[in-house]
Design a protein. Sequence first.
Length: 392
Amino acid sequence: MGVMEPHRPIIYLNNAATTWPKPPEVHEAVNRCLALPPFGSGRTTGTQGEDYITLAREALAGFLGAGPPEHVVFTQNATDSLNLLIQGFLAANGDGCHVLTTALEHNSVLRPLRELERQGRIQLTILPFEDGTVSPATVEAAIRPETRLAVMTHASNVLGSVQDVRAIGRVLEDRGVYFVVDGAQAAGHIPVDLRTLPIDAYAFTGHKALFGIPGTGGFWIRDPEAVAPVRFGGTGSSSCTLLHPRGMPERFEAGTHNYPGLAALAAGAGFVRATGPGAIAAKAERQAAFLVGELRQEPNVVVYNDRPGLPIIAFTVRGMEHEDVGFVLARAYGIVSRTGIHCAPLVHRAIDGGVGCVRLSLSWFTTDDECACAARAVREIARNADPQVGTA
Ligand SMILES: Cc1ncc(COP(=O)(O)O)c(C=O)c1O
């Protein structure tokens, strides 16, 4: 059976949530993986097939410039990675420290940290942003003697703004603060070379710009000893010991891996590498600039991010609720967007009074024609809106 097409042509502009379509290589990788019995040392006597997990580890390490491959850990998604890193940092270093984060964060950072704060286990400072970014000076000014951990996004999922993690990392490194970066949006969109960045751990997800499938992700960690494992179980290695092995990558991985998902992730990362992160970033910048320019021409449209670093456009239409804009885009034009609070409540509090907005997000597969259709559609909707009505 071939790949099923949607029931009518759609323009999919919700790629910041999850990318679609996936490259053919990704479909093929999943099919190939399912066609043969799995092979993985320690868990089978079979010798056919490929060791998808090792191959995926090598692929991701190469992609992120992150050696050695064993320091790439696979998890369920970026949220899982961030939880493991945050909880594990506390398990290794004890409660009571001061933690820095930013108002740009996704709930996958805010909620684990806020929960620890609620439990009285950390003190938390949430740094404000300006023009979509948090300045290194703001970070530096917030560091206290008891600050031990900083968790920050590489790129905002609402504003598409890219943080200067190199400059922020230098500030944190100088003051001995452990730096965890959420690369869920950035990896695949902008070149990441972890060898050269002052970052201690980098979380990624499989299903966004890396073109893998949902339910895959991971993190890279520079010094595994800095974070304690908080999940234990079968590893297929050292099976006679009752204590979970502490070597890498077993230290942080327990239970059976998502083989087809990791095969897809390796294929997706391979696709991005072969296409060229530079080419991907250049096309995204051109298309995002086109959309911003078009939307800016409508007095009824409020664009919240003028120069996004990722192909994400956040806007509202005066006189219309964001969900109504999304509804008309979907029903009248076949354009899939996302509306509301995009799991980043503090970003919305800062830009739209916490009401939410419409987000168009592109991928390498978004065509110029699709961008032109989307621009025409939003402009038409805005011209028909009554700015005296609505909330924006
Ligand atoms: C910035 C950011 N961080 C984390 C996540 C969570 O990613 P995952 O769905 O892989 O857990 C997302 C997903 O939308 C995101 O945009």
